[in-house]
Design a protein around this ligand. Structure first.
Ligand SMILES: C[S@@+](CC[C@H](N)C(=O)[O-])C[C@H]1O[C@@H](n2cnc3c(N)ncnc32)[C@H](O)[C@@H]1O
Ligand code: SF4
Length: 446
């Protein structure tokens, strides 16, 4: 064990300075945040748009289906997702509407090869979740992969067996294997670190792909604690691991900042620990996702799917050149479905340069940047249309040419960290949209 002084130094960010500087100096991360903020403030502004139906699918386009389940039995203070406190009658009605919306999307001509059910906690009503996945598999016979999100305790419930054979990938929120961090973040409600470890070991037997969500950037999460978190998850060896930096947004600022969030200056150093530890057994699928070196599987759905359609309250869709956002009110969601309409209430259409910038951000985040993708999918020369962005990324050492392949660019570890910061900013901006759309909600909307 190291001395308290050393731990304090680590916490203040004065230790291992060189290692994190090599990753990216603080001014660079700060500048990344500023540039992202500039674009997001200008571009991520949504227009009112009460849409009756989603646009029809386009020939030869591949779509992913996203379904949102906005209920949890208890709420976590730092959580930035769209969720309400669980009430059974509301949740039952909601699942019925979700299936109705899915059927309508099918009738529009959509087909999907994969489905991502996100939350909230998707397993709050197991029988309803089962019915929903069964319907999805019936409506879309080409559906190959279904992914679900839940908490660790759900793995201890005998009803989890009902999802066997229906869910290919189960993503479980662990966050940390340190009991003090679990207590501080109120995650001890899902069990002690030891119990959570057992839940995950069991989940690995029940589902072909198990993903474990971990988080860093918590107050008091010293380098030792994070190292222990990473070593413990390595012992479990799930097929996938996701390591999120704690994101603080307008929704959670009051409950999280200065209470459970560490200064962002420690993130670069902590990210180094994560990369160094997980790279022993995992390959990197994106800035924050890792897959077992011998396997590959589900990835971040926004990376692998250029276009996705979101059903349910608060779901986002990206179709063609537009982002669509469904109503955050459960009452209005019900009304819209009763009228035979979809839930969309906001829309933003992007210019081609902005779509290309977004794809560049995703490529950096994915750690895979190819000229071929831009040429074949978007019919542009990456170096010409995003000349300034490419020059800046090369200048700061985020990307470099691959001497063995002219089409491929190498995303350096620094580039992955920059990608992680950009994605964090992007998610935070999406969360600010959620906050704005949730603000006018009344008790009857929840
Ligand atoms: C929406 S939750 C769903 C999983 C499940 N409800 C649970 O809590 O275990 C998915 C993941 O989002 C991540 N998450 C939630 N709030 C976050 C935040 N403010 N910053 C970073 N990641 C966050 C957590 O890692 C969590 O496991
Ligand atoms: S972290 Fe999971 S359990 Fe907690 S409020 Fe968010 S979605 Fe619900």
């Amino acid at each position: 064990m190291r001395s308290t002084e050393t731990i304090k130094a680590a916490y203040k960010g004065t230790e291992k300075h060189e290692r994190s500087e090599a990753m990216a100096p603080e001014w660079m991360l700060h500048a990344t945040d500023m540039v992202m903020q500039y674009y997001l403030d200008r571009e991520l502004v949504l227009d009112h748009c009460v849409l009756r139906k989603f646009p029809k699918p386009q020939d030869n386009h591949r779509y992913m289906l996203y379904a949102h389940v906005p209920f949890c039995r208890t709420l976590c203070s730092y959580c930035t997702f769209h969720r309400f406190l669980f009430k059974e009658y509301k949740a039952r009605e909601y699942f019925i509407n979700l299936r109705k919306e899915m059927t309508e999307v099918h009738d529009l001509g959509y087909d999907f090869t994969s489905m991502y059910i996100g939350g909230g906690t998707t397993t709050v009503l197991m029988d309803e979740l089962v019915k929903t996945i069964e319907l999805a598999r019936k409506l879309f016979p080409s559906m190959k992969e279904v992914s679900c999100e839940t908490d660790p305790q759900a793995m201890g419930d005998p009803s989890i067996k009902l999802l066997k054979g229906l869910v290919d990938r189960m993503s479980i929120g662990v966050q940390s294997f340190n009991d003090d961090i679990l207590r501080m973040t109120e995650r001890d409600k899902f069990g002690t670190a030891e119990q959570v470890f057992e839940y995950i070991a069991k989940a690995k037997e029940d589902f072909p792909i198990c993903n474990v969500d971990m988080m860093f950037g918590f107050r008091g999460q010293t380098d030792e604690i994070l190292q222990h978190d990473m070593d413990t998850v390595l012992k479990l060896l799930p097929r996938q691991i996701t390591t999120y930096p704690l994101m603080v947004t307008s929704q959670t600022r009051r409950s999280v900042k200065d209470k459970i969030a560490a200064p962002t200056s420690i993130l670069a150093r902590q990210y180094r620990i994560i990369l160094d530890t997980l790279s022993k057994e995992y390959t990197q699928l994106s800035s924050w996702a890792f897959g077992q070196a011998t396997n590959e599987g589900f990835d971040e759905y926004v990376i692998d799917n250029d276009e996705y359609l979101g059903i349910g309250s608060g779901a986002f869709s990206f179709l063609g050149d537009s982002l669509y956002v469904n109503t955050f009110s459960l009452r209005r969601y019900s009304e819209r479905l009763r009228e035979g309409h979809c839930g969309v209430e906001r829309k933003r259409t992007f210019t081609k340069p902005n779509i290309l910038r977004y794809r560049l951000l995703l490529s950096l985040f994915a750690g895979r940047l190819t000229r071929k993708y831009f040429r074949q999918v978007h019919h542009v020369s990456l170096d010409r249309v995003l000349f300034k962005e490419m020059a800046a990324l090369k200048l700061i050492g985020a990307i470099k040419e691959n001497p063995d392949d002219k089409d491929q660019l190498i995303v350096t570890d620094r580039g992955k960290l920059i990608g992680l910061f950009m994605m964090k900013d992007f998610y935070s901006a999406m969360d600010n949209i959620r906050a704005e759309l949730r603000k006018p909600l009344k008790e009857s909307d929840m």
